[in-house]
Design a protein around this ligand. Structure first.
Ligand SMILES: [Zn+2]
Length: 753
């Protein structure tokens, strides 16, 4: 009892101390400039206003505003006028891109019974914008090719490569068939790609109620989840090859850019694709026979899920207008007064599939509030050291068009000047979500400690830490221990799916993606019901998480723009690379062991003996045993990184002594330039195997996951695809990249001594 008392007193004292203590030093700042910076940041965080956020959303989501629509352009012009009214130097930059829209869509079941799909999202009473039918884009998948096909139907679950392996075991081929896949399990563009690789001639993608409909909760308008006729639109461009305008890979789609003929645009699908609601999917799935679908394939429709093929036979027709449309990026610039040629770039898109209150306007609104706040500070005398570029992108939904074309157009300048890109997109209620370059992990942890969660009043960092402690992944105890003890919360790596892609993957600019979420589920993604009514009833209805996003991203931008020395950190980065190297070596070992074990099972006759003789199944084929791979080049690269990081930390510690006077020296200009070059050193000009546009060697969207990230992608994917010789070569190449990064870090260290 006495001990407990003492413990409580000590605890109370340490809490009191923590509350009065000076805030933690800011990395990259001398003591004096940190104090000034913190004062400006506090002023900034008081500015974002939920009422203003609500007003922006009401205005921007009032009408459908997809690429090529009147309201898309009106929104861009309105954003420009706001920026100018606030006193920002801003303009619109346009590009001309290929943007197909539907001309004809038809889907019917013709055997064994007849059913014609509605392909229409009806007006919902009480939701005014759901009735704007003349302005809405019909439900479709952009960059599907034209097609008119009739064939037996096969259900392929999520339509990822593993699902086709399972079909092989059932003795079912999709050659000449139309497949029906459910949304989820991969990015949607992967489904028609893998289906075509297996010989399918058409692809339907539907939203199963298990994934975002009535199985999850009440459906719209009683609740936030997808109603029976709700359809997820979306792009099916082969973005893991390259995003952006399919006709201008690698260059900006300016008026006079050289364009590929349509027939050479390799990022279009090879087979026609159409997305449908579960209302339209149920009669098709109910008409399938053949084997009962494996348990994990079954959704929540009130039917027995069969795989097929047939007797269901469907006719699919999808024809498009292959038009060129103009896109409107709004770009504002706040010039830096010390390092004008070092840019901190902040972006969010403004275009939507339909009204897009959640995607993207919840994020766009936050960016506008940041712009208004920064403009207000500038009028009060605040001056960033670095130039801040605010970008409101068009054409994100179709294939990251606005950001990709802009960054390709300005690539040469961006390679020299871009220090960091900070992205956001949809925003909601809940926890801070961060993914990005691990050179910025420590930095964004610092920002997250200074932003208050609107619901619990805890720092958003603390709330996230407690959530991860409560809800860790598989190896629970070890994870909890790490979450409690590690100075920084780990951030996820970036795959693709929003506008950071060109900055990180193509140009090698350290990037972050920020947002809040995790508390408000929903099933209106890319449907007509993603609108003001839905958002103000079922998401961040009082816009306090919109304010938190503006505070978080705005603080990050200010802190990066104001630092004497760019606050990249290489400890967390090296720690992360160490994990990735361990993962790929384990992956190679496990692949090898699996193949040996399965070959042995085949020799033993295990499959023939244990599978139900009345069910038709096919044993897996025997495979060549993989060779051992030599991971030494990666280990050597990692060791070089570790040495360089230690040198950098020593140099920084010395420069920070005595209030960090050394940080104000002029020589820092070169040190900063060297620091920017570190992320560039993680790229290779000839890119990843068979996809040269993707140059970053640490992060890439997976060739067969789409949005999902593959870290050390060249190595990891060649192992996954059992290309052993390529894996050996890529290990050597990536090992050299790590050594190059080590040299770049060392060069920066030598300049801040
Ligand atoms: Zn979006």
């Amino acid at each position: 009892m006495k001990q407990l008392m003492l413990y409580l007193i000590v605890l109370a004292l340490s809490v009191a101390q923590a509350q009065t203590a000076e805030p933690v030093a800011l990395r990259g700042y001398s003591a004096d400039s940190a104090r000034t910076e913190r004062e400006w940041e506090a002023k900034f965080r008081a500015l974002p206003d939920p009422g203003a956020l609500r007003g922006y959303m009401q205005r921007l989501s009032a009408r459908p505003h997809h690429v090529g629509s009147a309201y898309d352009r009106e929104n861009a012009e309105w954003i420009l006028s706001q920026f100018k009214e606030w006193g920002l130097d801003a303009r619109i930059e346009t590009y001309d891109v290929l943007f197909p829209t539907p001309k004809e869509r038809a889907l019917e079941l013709i055997e064994p019974t007849r059913f014609t799909a509605r392909l229409q999202e009806p007006t919902v009473a009480g939701d005014p914008t759901s009735a704007q039918h003349t302005e809405q884009l019909p439900s479709y998948n952009a960059y599907s090719i034209d097609g008119d096909v009739t064939a037996p139907l096969v259900y392929v679950n999520y339509g990822v490569p593993d699902d086709y392996a399972a079909l092989d075991r059932l003795g079912i081929s999709v050659k000449g068939a139309i497949v029906i896949a459910r949304y989820g399990g991969s990015w949607r563009g992967i489904k028609p790609k893998v289906a075509a690789e297996h010989g399918a001639i058409g692809c339907l993608i539907y939203s199963d109620p298990r994934d975002d409909g009535y199985y999850q909760g009440e459906t719209f308008p009683s609740g936030p989840f997808r109603p029976a006729d709700g359809v997820q639109r979306g792009s099916v461009m082969d973005m893991p090859i390259y995003p952006g305008d399919p006709l201008t890979p690698g260059v900006g789609a300016t008026k006079d850019a050289k364009r590929l003929p349509l027939s050479e645009a390799i990022t279009l699908t090879r087979i026609p694709v159409l997305p449908i609601s579960y209302g339209d999917a149920q009669p098709l799935l109910a008409a399938l026979k053949g084997p009962v679908a494996p348990e994990s394939w079954r959704g929540a429709l009130p039917i027995t899920y069969h795989v097929g093929p047939g007797p269901a036979k469907v006719h699919l027709r999808a024809m498009f207008n292959w038009d060129t449309k103009t896109i409107y990026n709004v770009i504002a610039r706040i010039p830096g007064d010390t390092y004008e040629d070092q840019w901190i770039i902040r972006g969010n898109h403004h275009d939507a599939w339909v009204n897009g209150a959640q995607d993207p306007v919840s994020g766009t609104s936050a960016l506008l509030e940041e712009a208004r706040g920064l403009a207000a500070l500038a009028r009060q005398g605040w001056k960033p050291k670095r130039t801040i570029i605010l970008c409101v992108w068009d054409g994100e939904e179709e294939g990251l068009l606005g950001s990709t074309e802009w960054a390709e157009d300005h690539a040469e300048e961006l390679r020299r000047k871009a220090a960091v890109y900070i992205n956001s997109d949809s925003n909601g209620r809940g926890y801070l979500e961060v993914e990005g370059s691990h050179t910025l992990e420590k930095f964004i942890n610092g920002v997250a400690r200074d932003v208050e969660d609107p619901e619990t009043k805890l720092p958003v960092w603390k709330r996230l830490q407690l959530r991860r402690t409560a809800n860790p992944a598989a190896s629970a105890a070890a994870d909890r221990q790490e979450t409690r003890q590690r100075a920084d919360l780990r951030i996820g790596a970036l795959g693709s799916g929003s506008d950071y892609t060109v900055f990180l993957d193509h140009l090698g600019v350290a990037s972050l993606n920020l947002g809040y979420g995790g508390e408000d589920g929903g099933g209106i993604y890319h449907s007509v019901y993603d609108d003001f009514y839905w958002y103000t009833h079922f998401s961040d209805s009082d816009f306090v998480y919109g304010r938190a996003l503006a505070q978080t991203a705005g603080t990050a931008v200010m802190r990066l723009a104001g630092a004497e020395l760019l606050p990249y950190d290489f400890d967390d980065f090296t720690d992360t690379i160490r994990q990735y190297v361990a993962e790929v070596s384990r992956l190679a070992r496990e692949k090898r062991e699996q193949i040996i074990e399965r070959n042995r099972q085949i020799d033993e006759g295990l499959f023939a003996a244990t599978e139900d003789p009345r069910e038709k199944t096919v044993p897996p084929p025997k495979e060549a045993v993989p060779p051992f791979l030599n991971f030494a080049p990666l280990e050597n690269g990692l060791a070089a990184l570790e040495r360089a990081t230690a040198l950098y930390d020593q140099a920084l510690a010395r420069a920070t002594e005595n209030g960090g006077a050394a940080l104000a020296r002029a020589a820092l200009r070169d040190a900063n330039a060297r620091l920017i070059a570190v992320e560039r050193a993680l790229t290779l000009d000839d890119g990843l195997p068979n996809r040269p546009w993707f140059k970053h060697q640490i992060y890439a969207p997976g060739l067969y996951t789409g949005y999902g990230v593959k870290t050390l992608p060249a190595v990891r994917e060649s192992i996954e695809q059992k290309q052993w010789q390529l894996a050996d070569e890529e290990i050597a190449r990536v090992g050299k990249v790590l050594e190059n990064a080590g040299e770049a870090i060392q060069a920066a260290a030598s300049l801040i001594r």
